[in-house]
Design a protein around this ligand. Structure first.
Ligand code: ADP
Ligand code: ZN
Ligand code: ZN
Length: 804
């Protein structure tokens, strides 16, 4: 007897272990480790992953596996091991780790059905139930669960007339289309054409088309090209002249796009020097981590592409990660242009089905290269030759839900397994990576020169306090306004950048200072002009706009802060002749909108591109000669030890959008804190100095890269409970970690209440704690009961990027 150990789809501590099932004899030779199965679990059927096949079990009575969901394993040995690594390093459940590696389409969708057990019993059913089952023997639970027939159904189930059947389905199916073939010989088809009446022109056309097609034709095309009706095709199928089959196809998000083939550019000396060690490492199948530190526009992407060529020459595969936000059409175009159909693309703009199809292309080895956002790091390649992470400093490489992994760590794990290099690229490397490069753990490769002759753009810092003092109350400084006008007359383009974070419009009473807040969260509500509503960006709470202060009833209630909409209005007022394209969450929520807006800007259909974070990266437009940053310091004051680093990175990225080609670029940064080093040094393009300053501060306060951090957040609807649990956790950690570990807290989280739950946190700083994860697991396990009852939430983030 063979037994399969299965991880089941119940993300909870009690079920976070393999369960044994008998493999029915018929499947003994079919079932493999890494396949998905459905298994009975309690009264239900669940999806699960086979993690081991063995011949012995400690458990006496085992249930059999119900069904096999895959023909070939969807997780290979390497990915199963990686899942293990994720559970250990991020403290997630095994099931969450495995699910994170696969496209969402493969996650199970559970459906409950009610079946009539025996047709003979139909007459015995209660009449209401009889009418429900009038023309069928199965009903979906979903259709009835909220109706008043439920008690009746339960009675019939108890009597044994009806039964509950659980179904496990996939979220998205494979897509197929109908193909039509000729089912008879050449002579017979000739005869059939001859036999058609003279006026049956369309049917003649249909058969002639099919006769010249090599391998049948898709039904849709056939009908379009011949003009024949579906009915006549059906008739021919019935006569046995034609046949019909289903052919599986891929949903191709780039189906109607043509990509111009590009050739490798002759490299500059600097580029050659950076490329050589990477190529060497690929050839020698050597695991190394390179940090490619190159200013914006220094030709990093060209280096990536030429390194990939070497990987492909070796018959191997490559993964390129880019931040979601910079996975712009321009970026996709560059890789598709160079590598054509060998590229799969994975990003959040694709539908569930499209992502599934891209994944299957990788799984079936039909592509050699994947360009994608964070989760593409799990691409099921089996012969990896290189992993590239562009903009490696980006916080979006950290997943903020379980498993809370960082793509960089996963990349290094996989590259070590495959003995291949990792290339981390950035103009503003994360302090962690740069420190490792300085220590020699990573190999540092540097590009100092920009490709365009103009070099880096000149940057003007404007002190907005001065502007106010000299009577300018507008959101544009005089110098920015002049330059905008100047570009307009010259027919050049400008980009205006507004950091959304902390700068959305809130509503405040001018008389009493009352700010309208979310009733469930400790956060002010944001004003949405179009719908005239106030919204909470954390929990989704909405309410209509008020015109009277809820606290003092004054009518002097006003909208504060600057949203992109407000900037747009102001631009329309001050520069009515300027054509503006606004890009923010509101204008880009529809599928393809992002792409269309950028295309329009690229074609010169607007003078000014106004937007949030999403325009900060990757854009490359020759006519952009001015970049304005409206409020550089909005991020500086967030309660996050990385706020200076993030500000520096963002300003550098935004400035990098100007003057990338022939025309020289200029940048205007508006700020209320011009003396802050992250702003000053970003303006001077001085990463090295910034690194030194910031490292000194991190050292002083005991932050990464000098210490590891772990953040524990506890939340409960009762504040006393949240505090008490956090206190107990902190005390336990103090008793069980080494003397060197620093345990801060409990303190209220920066967002002290969310979804009606009070939030407390405890931060651990440590350097070396061999038992760290074991201690953490033990303490969290203590609260298992309360957690599973849904009363208490404890999240453990072993490498936090969100400090709120
Ligand atoms: P980065 O990725 O560092 O921001 P890119 O790879 O986008 O830089 O390069 C900036 C510009 O320079 C692009 O338009 C690119 O096509 C061009 N470029 C890169 N390498 C070369 C080269 N060796 N010769 C000529 N142009 C190049
Ligand atoms: Zn809220
Ligand atoms: Zn008031």
């Amino acid at each position: 007897m063979k037994i399969a150990a299965v991880i089941v789809d119940v993300p909870a501590r009690q079920t976070d272990r393999p369960f044994d099932y008998v493999i029915p004899e018929k499947w003994e030779d079919v079932l493999q480790v890494g396949m998905r199965v459905t298994v009975p679990f309690g009264a239900r059927l669940l999806q699960g992953f086979v993690v081991n096949i063995k011949s012995h079990s400690e458990v006496k009575t085992l249930k059999p596996i119900e069904a096999i969901l895959d023909v070939t394993p969807v997780l290979n040995e390497e990915l199963l091991g990686l899942g293990q690594y994720l559970t250990e390093t991020t403290l997630c459940f095994a099931i969450s780790a495995y699910q994170a590696m696969l496209p969402a389409a493969m996650k199970a969708k559970y459906e409950k059905e009610i079946h009539l057990v025996h047709e003979e019993d139909r007459a015995c059913l209660h009449e209401t139930i009889q009418s429900l089952f009038a023309d069928r023997s199965v009903i979906s639970w979903k259709d009835v669960e909220h109706t008043n027939v439920v008690p009746l159904l339960q009675k019939e189930i108890q009597k044994g007339y009806l039964e509950v059947v659980y179904r496990v389905k996939e979220k998205a199916a494979k897509k197929t289309i109908k193909y039509i073939d000729i089912a008879v010989s050449k002579e017979q088809i000739h005869e059939a054409i001859e036999a058609l009446p003279a006026n049956a022109i369309k049917q003649k056309q249909l058969l002639t088309l099919l006769r010249s097609a090599k391998d049948g034709m898709p039904l849709k095309e056939l009908l379009e090209q011949s003009g024949a009706s579906h009915a006549s095709v059906k008739a021919l199928i019935q006569k046995g002249i034609l046949s019909e089959r289903e052919v599986e196809i891929y949903r191709d998000p780039y189906e109607h796009r043509e990509f111009v083939k590009t050739e490798p550019l002759p490299l500059t000396d600097e580029q050659k020097q950076a490329l050589a060690p990477i190529v060497e490492s690929v050839r020698a199948s050597k695991h190394e981590v390179f940090l490619l530190y190159g200013v914006t526009g220094s030709g990093k992407t060209e280096i990536y592409m030429q390194a990939i060529e070497e990987v492909l020459r070796q018959g191997k595969e490559a993964i390129v990660l880019v931040p979601e936000i910079s996975l712009t059409p321009q970026m996709v175009e560059r890789f598709k242009g160079r590598f054509g159909s060998q590229v799969a693309v994975l990003h959040s703009g694709l539908s569930v089905g499209e992502k599934y199809d891209e994944w299957r292309k990788i799984h079936r080895k039909e592509v050699k290269l994947v360009v994608g956002a964070r989760s593409a790091i799990f691409a099921p390649f089996e012969n990896l030759g290189m992993i590239i992470i562009d903009e490696e400093h980006e916080a979006s490489y950290k997943q903020e839900e379980n498993p809370r992994y960082h793509a960089r760590d996963v990349a290094i794990y996989r590259a070590r397994f495959h003995q291949c290099p990792v290339v981390l690229g950035s103009a503003t490397p994360s302090l962690e990576s740069f420190a490792r490069a300085k220590k020699g753990i990573y190999q540092l490769l540097t590009l100092k020169k920009r490709m365009s002759e103009n070099g880096l753009p000149t940057v003007n810092i404007v002190d907005m306090r001065e502007e106010l003092r000299s009577g300018n109350r507008s959101m544009f400084s005089r110098i920015l306004f002049e330059k905008l006008q100047d570009r307009l007359t010259k027919g050049e383009q400008s980009v205006l950048f507004l950091n959304r974070r902390g700068y959305s419009t809130f509503v405040m009473c001018r008389d009493c200072g009352h700010v309208i807040r979310c009733p469930h969260c400790d956060i002010s509500l944001t004003y949405h002009r179009v719908q005239q509503r106030l919204k909470c960006h954390y929990c989704g709470h909405e309410e209509p706009l008020t015109y009277r202060c809820p606290s003092c009833a004054s009518e002097h209630i006003r909208f504060f802060g600057t949203g992109t909409q407000k900037v747009e209005e102001e631009l329309n007022k001050l520069l009515p002749e300027a054509r503006v394209i606004r890009m923010d969450v509101d204008t880009t929520s529809r599928k393809g909108a992002h792409e269309r807006l950028l295309e329009a800007f690229g074609e010169g259909k607007a003078d000014i591109l106004l937007g949030t974070q999403m325009i900060a990266k990757g854009l490359d437009f020759p006519k952009v000669t001015l970049v304005g940053v409206l409020a550089a310091d909005t991020m500086l004051h967030l309660p996050d030890f990385r706020s200076s680093e993030k500000t520096f990175q963002l300003l550098t990225q935004v400035s990098g959008r100007a003057g990338r080609h022939k025309l020289p670029g200029e940048v205007v940064i508006q700020t209320y804190t011009p003396e802050h080093y992250s702003i000053e040094l970003a303006a001077k393009h001085d990463y090295d100095m910034f690194y030194q300053k910031e490292m000194a501060i991190r050292k002083l306060h005991g932050y990464p890269p000098f210490y590891y951090l772990t953040l524990i957040t506890v939340s409960h609807s009762e504040i006393t409970k949240a505090v008490a649990v956090t206190e107990k956790i902190a005390a336990y950690l103090r008793a069980h970690l080494s003397k060197e570990a620093i345990i801060l807290g409990p303190v209220a989280s920066p967002i002290a209440r969310l979804h009606d739950r009070y939030r407390y946190q405890c931060m651990i700083k440590y350097k070396r704690e061999p038992n760290f994860t074991r201690v953490l697991k033990t303490v969290v396990d203590r609260y298992q009961q309360e957690i599973s009852q849904g009363e208490l939430f404890i999240t453990v983030d072993t490498n936090p990027y969100m400090m709120m």
